[in-house]
Design a protein around this ligand. Structure first.
Ligand SMILES: NC(=O)c1ccc[n+]([C@@H]2O[C@H](COP(=O)([O-])OP(=O)(O)OC[C@H]3O[C@@H](n4cnc5c(N)ncnc54)[C@H](OP(=O)(O)O)[C@@H]3O)[C@@H](O)[C@H]2O)c1
Length: 289
């Protein structure tokens, strides 16, 4: 039995659809906080189980009979809270006899001090420490978030960001999901690490060209420093406590985070990820899943 947690979330839902497409007859359970929001899945024969990571009894009940677990992280904004939230769930899975845990974490870059990202690696290491076989899926920044840079630039008339000459290979959830579904429905991925990235890396100058095309007028790229970036973020209404995290992401881009395409999506699914500018365009057009 496969159990997919976070199945009412945006990524979780597309993964469930891909698993149903690949293995319609294999036993599938999902764990959700609100079972009524998954009534459509129950109607299609999916075993819908109600559980909350903060209620370990509900987690143990949801894990009954499960061999393979997709452990979806939550959007916890605090790195230590993320680790504290995930480890008991992984330990509960080990205790009830789960054989394989698949964890979709985040891409990382060696030497970068950004706990929001490295907390995913801490979680993965803790999963491995339980003794259960594991697979680490290191996910690049979502194309949706990079599309936000383009939308903001169209509104502002320029793309101002503290990234120097950084390049990114952001990825659509609809490209991630088939790769994760492949890992969940096949044997042989235990102990492996895959980097789920966009097809190609683009620069902020290319994002500015995309913004220019969308705006119908030149929208130039300007590399700025952190001080100006912080002032612009606050002026745009980002609450002050979130500004350091945003600057952390820009520092990560400068250090090469999410900037290297891997080809692992094609390796797992037989199809390459969507070309990056097309992926961002799909988000802007509202056609991305
Ligand atoms: N690579 C990136 O750029 C990027 C960006 C953003 C997030 N992420 C990570 O990727 C994950 C999935 O992304 P997404 O877009 O699918 O996010 P999402 O739509 O916010 O889904 C998050 C899921 O976590 C579940 N959840 C939250 N708290 C929980 C708890 N206490 N117990 C059990 N489940 C809980 C939510 O359940 P409900 O449906 O009940 O709310 C939801 O299903 C995020 O949670 C985050 O860790 C990655």
């Amino acid at each position: 039995m496969l159990l997919i947690t976070g199945a009412n979330g945006k990524l979780g839902r597309v993964i469930v659809e891909e698993v149903l497409r690949r293995a319609p007859d294999a036993p599938l359970a999902v764990s959700v906080r609100d079972a009524s929001a998954a009534a459509d899945l129950a109607a299609r024969g999916v075993d819908v189980r109600q559980a909350d990571y903060h209620d370990l009894d509900s987690i143990r009940a949801a894990l009954a009979g499960v061999d393979r677990l997709l452990l979806m992280p939550t959007p916890a904004p605090d790195p230590d809270a993320r680790v504290a939230e995930m480890i008991p769930v992984a330990q509960a899975a080990a205790e009830v006899g789960v054989k394989h845990i698949v964890y979709p974490g985040a891409a990382e870059v060696e030497g970068l001090d950004f706990p929001l990202l490295s907390s995913h690696t801490r979680v993965y290491d803790a999963i491995v420490a339980t003794g259960v076989q594991a697979t680490h899926l290191r996910v690049n920044i979502y194309a949706e978030l990079i599309a936000g840079e383009v939308t903001g630039a169209v509104a502002a008339g320029e793309l101002a960001a503290p990234v120097n000459g950084a390049r990114v290979a952001p990825v659509l959830r609809e490209d991630i999901a088939p790769a994760i579904a492949a890992v969940l429905t096949q044997d042989g991925h235990e102990g492996k690490t895959y980097d789920l990235t966009g097809q190609d890396a683009v620069s902020w100058s290319q994002l500015a060209e995309l913004a220019s095309a969308r705006a119908g007028k030149p929208v130039p790229y300007r590399s700025i420093d952190d001080t100006e970036a912080a002032a612009r973020l606050e002026a745009a209404g980002i609450p002050a406590p979130f500004v350091p995290a945003m600057l952390g992401f820009y520092a990560a881009y400068r250090a090469g985070w999410s900037g290297t395409p891997s080809g692992h999506i094609e390796q797992l699914t037989g199809r390459p990820a969507t070309p990056t500018l097309d992926a961002i365009g799909a988000v802007l057009d509202g056609t991305a899943k």
